[in-house]
Design a protein around this ligand. Structure first.
Ligand code: ADP
Ligand code: MG
Length: 177
């Protein structure tokens, strides 16, 4: 029997935030979700709708964001490394903080773990200030977000893109006649 795939009971429920605002954001998010679902010992169990929002503390095009839930046997460090590999394949560069990005993958929550190392902080330190994280997270895991947290962020405007909508066009602001 192979030890590579842990039984489901050994898996931890983790939440990953996805964002993109240059290139083809809707395609980048779809491909990232497929890549996450294909990670070893990992099952993608839920995905939020996509949301569009203006950049916070930065210029550039609007962002497309989503959150997914996984059940994973990977350690938090291995999961972060795998997410960074997926970012790299998507052409991610880091020229300066908050630069526009083809793909950003943040590890938001890893079970109930609290982690604080030089390369990894979980829960993600800025998720509580970001509607584009908390609103899609609340959609798939309402028990992980309090109404008070959401109420504090209502000034941040984000638009939910209904699943099945032509999100490629919506992401670029294109309209049909
Ligand atoms: P940001 O997403 O904050 O705009 P980056 O994606 O460039 O910035 O990430 C910068 C660094 O943040 C990464 O090198 C990574 O090691 C670190 N980091 C710390 N905690 C986390 C986390 N929970 N999820 C993703 N990256 C994290
Ligand atoms: Mg990041």
């Amino acid at each position: 029997m192979s030890a590579a795939q842990p039984p489901p009971d050994d898996r931890v429920r983790a939440y990953i935030g996805l964002g993109a605002n240059i290139g083809q954001p809707a395609l980048a998010l779809r491909q990232a979700m497929a890549a996450i679902a294909a990670l070893p010992g990992t099952v993608l169990t839920r995905q939020s709708a996509s949301y569009r929002s203006a950049p916070l503390d930065a210029g550039g095009p609007d962002y497309l964001n989503a959150v997914v839930e996984v059940a994973t046997g990977l350690t938090p460090e291995a999961l972060l490394a795998a997410l960074q590999d997926i970012e790299r394949v998507a052409g991610r560069t880091r020229p300066y903080p908050n630069a526009p990005r083809t793909l950003d993958l943040d590890l938001l929550l890893y079970g109930d773990a609290h982690i604080d190392t030089p390369s990894l902080t979980v829960p993600h330190p800025r998720m509580g200030q970001r509607a584009f994280v908390l609103v899609p997270l609340a959609e798939i895991a309402p028990e992980r977000v309090s109404p008070r947290q959401l109420a504090a962020l209502t000034s941040q405007v984000i638009a939910r893109i209904p699943p099945g909508a032509d999100d490629e066009d919506l992401a670029t602001g294109a309209s049909h006649d």
